[in-house]
Design a protein around this ligand. Structure first.
Ligand code: 4AD
Ligand code: MG
Length: 486
């Protein structure tokens, strides 16, 4: 009998695009605002399908005013009504309510999200509700679009997606920043004769941890399927409380046989441009909202901290320009002779060849010197992982880091060492347990070929696309030192 039951819900994104004036529609969503006059109320309602709200017009002759008085920001409602042309500017359509139900009330004295601007820090503490704000719903719709774009990019090019393990016994990056996985009883650890913890009694009968990278396993697959990629969660127990580090983040790692470092750079540049274009083509409303949000924020910043470019402008700029490709040594010279180095304005001064670049150096190269994304290659071997291919100089490796504005390093990758003896030598020099890695080494024994790959930090890329300054605001539930709430 009830008309509400057999009518299907229309999503707001479809409703706003509809021309079916006079038709009866059903909408469900959350109330952003309610305002009104003596005889009517206007409710702005959102269901997350788009950043735009639909306006519901409520006539108190049709719907009991007392019911409407109970509707506040944050409440969930369902409405059946007539789709009508909107007399006001802004939106094309609105819904004139015939029936209205409150699905879930929100007490205005308790609901934390009031219709005003809240700080990002405040919203981080309300991560369970921040999805309901314009900013975060826009970010997470874009994040979804970027996940989709990654898979489409690789699928269109014949790359196969490989699920690499989350629990592993190896430390791919050799940095020792791992979270242990164990079922041993913490209060009652078993020890062996040497006084070490006896991992033989643990679940996997060996020491295991959460993976820091899917690369090593992706390499195994690439040496058979030629072109593969993993896109999974990675975990790093580095105690870095910065705006670019998470303890749990997502990484896209392609790995391709027969690719040298130049093919690898081309692939990375193509992928970053493809994803950027995909966002510009498919996330217009959300990007425009974030772009405006950012320029409002920029106005409150000091001149020297402003980025000088609007978000969408910045994305187009990356699309239209070739990335600059230079070696570590060239970058080192530029930095050593740079103004901030000579005037001692860098926190870490560039003095000796061989030191790793800090984010201030990376940003100088990108934002001040070249004014576009930069790929730095051929880093000193001492600051890079054991698996990178050694150059003939015996001193540098065929690494490639891609540096982006505002972020610094967004991609890290390399051509891999495919020579068995050289790889073993590097492992020994860097104290990587050769015995544990027998399976990795066997691929260099049987049908080894030149191959390359890289890792794109997904959240850092989402920071670039959305313009968000803090990495905690581009992942739904950030994991950082001292923080695993939600
Ligand atoms: O440079 P990284 O450590 O490289 C690797 O893990 C390689 N195994 C990748 C490969 O060649 N397959 O990490 C790759 C990228 C970085 O450039 C950065 O964007 C991101 O991962 N990243 C982080 N993002 C957020 N939080 C952290 N703690 C991150 N550490 C690295
Ligand atoms: Mg790196």
């Amino acid at each position: 009998m009830n008309k509400m039951d057999d009518l299907k819900r229309t999503k707001i994104i479809d409703l706003l695009d509809s021309n079916e004036f006079g038709k009866i529609k059903k909408v469900m969503g959350w109330v952003r605002t309610r305002r009104g006059s003596k005889n009517v109320a206007f409710i702005a309602m959102n269901d997350g399908s788009t950043i735009k709200n639909i306006q519901i017009v409520v006539d108190f002759e049709i719907i009991d005013e007392e019911l409407i008085q109970r509707i506040h920001s944050g409440a969930a409602i369902e409405v059946i009504g007539e789709l009508i042309e909107s007399p006001g500017s802004g939106q094309k359509v609105e819904v004139k309510a015939n029936i209205l139900n409150i699905l879930g009330e929100a007490d205005p004295d308790e609901y934390p999200l009031q219709p005003k601007k809240h700080s990002l820090e405040f919203l981080r503490e309300k991560a369970h509700l921040r999805f309901r704000t314009n900013t975060f719903s826009a970010i997470f719709r874009i994040r979804h679009a970027m996940i989709f774009a990654v898979h489409k990019f690789f699928n269109d090019r014949g790359f196969f997606n490989i699920h690499t393990p989350i629990i592993t016994a190896s430390d791919a990056e050799g940095a020792g920043e791992m979270f242990r996985v164990t079922t041993l009883e913490m209060k009652n650890l078993p020890f062996n004769e040497d006084g070490d913890i006896d991992y033989k009694q643990d679940f996997f009968a060996k020491e295991t941890n959460l993976t820091v990278s899917g690369q090593l396993e992706a390499e195994l697959a690439a040496l058979a399927l030629s072109e593969v990629y993993t896109f999974g969660p990675t975990f790093r127990a580095e105690n870095s409380n910065t705006s670019r580090h998470l303890a749990e983040f997502w990484m896209i790692e392609p790995e391709a046989a027969f690719y040298d470092i130049n093919d690898n750079m081309d692939l990375a540049e193509d992928m970053l441009k493809y994803m950027t274009k995909y966002a510009l083509d498919n996330c217009v409303d959300d990007l425009e909202f974030l772009s405006k949000r950012l320029s409002d924020e920029e106005k409150n910043k000091k001149q020297e901290d402003r980025s000088g470019m609007e978000l969408i402008e910045k994305l187009n700029f990356v699309l239209e320009n070739d990335f600059e490709r230079i070696t570590y040594t060239e970058a080192f010279d530029i930095l050593r002779n740079s103004k901030p180095n000579k005037k001692k304005r860098f926190q870490y001064l560039i003095k000796e060849w061989g030191a790793d670049f800090q984010s201030e150096h990376e940003r100088y190269l990108v934002e001040k010197h070249f004014k576009k994304p930069v790929i730095v290659t051929d880093y000193p071997k001492v600051i890079k992982a054991f698996y990178m291919k050694l150059n003939d100089d015996d001193n540098t490796v065929r690494a490639m880091d891609i540096l982006f504005p505002q972020i610094g390093e967004i991609v890290g990758g390399s051509q891999r060492e495919e020579n068995y003896d050289k790889l073993v030598k590097r492992m020994n020099e860097m104290n990587v347990p050769e015995k544990e890695m027998w399976w990795y080494l066997e691929t260099r024994k049987f049908g080894s070929v030149p191959h390359s790959g890289f890792g794109l930090g997904f959240e850092r890329f989402i920071q670039f696309i959305t313009g968000m300054g803090n990495i905690r605001d581009v992942i739904p539930f950030p994991r950082t030192p001292q923080n695993a709430e939600f």
